[in-house]
Design a protein around this ligand. Structure first.
Ligand code: FVH
Length: 293
């Protein structure tokens, strides 16, 4: 084996915000030759001191490597940055958060310019990047040959999860997980609001809340199994009729504690609609049917 076999592959990174900088540091620490570009000045300087090559323009940065990773604010900023840049023969990986439709349009746009395209959805915050054991990973979708060719490089800052040739799937998985997170955060807010006026230390409630949420997570798998076979009554432990009856206590408690129920009522209203449809013996999985237009 010659020495070149141990050389790390070079890449270019466009965008040195909080996430871009974390990605850059992970690749530099792993010994990858890295060319960086950022729209505004200042952000590249610390990375230059750590070994990055700083390109004066996005076009020059792109020209420097076959693999080009983009991590900008939004899809519009990707457009602004790459519109006049020659992408022919490049492997473009877009880690900018986008919608599935934006990712699919970006894939077609890249193809028209002679580039292979992979979209990514980052499931991490910057401190988790390049930190072994942090649980950080990135959903990827689009060109499988691109993903396979650069897997070793892409796996440096975070784990990888390839979810299909459809370029929109990474964004879809990303947004599905983030949307679930906001549902959870809404519930946490409501719980803390309920105890706000009492002599209950939020830091005492916190571990109880966290443990309870963890204990309830198997319901994700139960719902998935029911959705897969279409039987929403299979294996039901706490049926909808009981839960709707119980929800009156939740609403009344909110009122007693002087807490708005605006985060709870939309979900409870959907449960009530299912009950009115005669589905009281089922779980709450049927809410999915009501949401899909
Ligand atoms: N930070 C996070 O917690 C989340 C975690 C999950 C994934 N997101 C997404 O990652 C993308 C980048 O996020 P970021 O954290 O790096 O964001 P900022 O620190 O705000 O940096 C934004 C960079 O984008 C550049 N930029 C903005 N507008 C333009 C434009 N029109 N043309 C060219 N570049 C642009 C900005 O440059 P500058 O302001 O320094 O000149 C920064 O480099 C994002 O999609 C998250 O949703 C992060």
């Amino acid at each position: 084996m010659n020495d070149n076999a141990f050389e790390k592959s070079p890449l270019t990174l466009l965008g040195l915000g909080a996430m871009g900088t974390a990605l850059a540091r992970a690749w530099l620490a792993a010994g990858h030759p890295l060319t960086v570009w950022n729209r505004g000045p200042g952000r590249a300087e610390p990375l230059a001191a750590e070994g990055a090559l700083v390109a004066p323009t996005a076009a020059e940065a792109v020209a420097a490597s076959g693999l080009v990773v983009v991590c900008l604010l939004d899809d519009a900023s990707v457009d602004e940055t790459l519109t006049d840049v020659d992408l022919a023969g490049k492997d473009l990986v877009d880690l900018t958060t986008s919608t599935p439709a934006q990712a699919r349009a970006r894939a077609a746009w890249a193809r028209e310019r002679g580039a292979r395209f992979l979209d990514g959805g980052i499931m991490a915050v910057p401190p988790m990047i390049g930190a072994p054991g942090s649980g950080a990973y990135v959903f990827y979708s689009g060109s499988r040959p691109l993903f396979d060719a650069h897997h070793d490089v892409l796996a440096v800052p975070a784990g990888t999860s390839y979810v299909g040739e459809d370029a929109g799937f990474a964004a879809l998985h990303d947004v599905a997980l983030l949307s679930a997170m906001y549902g959870m955060l809404a519930g946490i807010s409501h719980a803390f609001a309920l105890v706000r006026k009492e002599n209950i230390d939020p830091t005492t409630l916190a571990p109880l809340l966290a443990d309870w949420l963890v204990a309830m997570t198997p319901s994700v798998h139960a719902s998935a199994a029911q959705l897969a076979d279409g039987d929403y009554a299979r294996g039901v432990v706490s049926n909808l009729a009981m839960q709707v009856a119980g929800s009156a206590t939740l609403l009344r408690t909110a009122e007693e504690q002087g807490v708005s129920s605006e985060l709870l009522t939309p979900y409870l209203a959907l449960m009530k609609r299912l009950l009115a449809d005669g589905r009281g013996n089922e779980s709450t999985t049927g809410v999915v049917d009501l949401l899909v237009r």
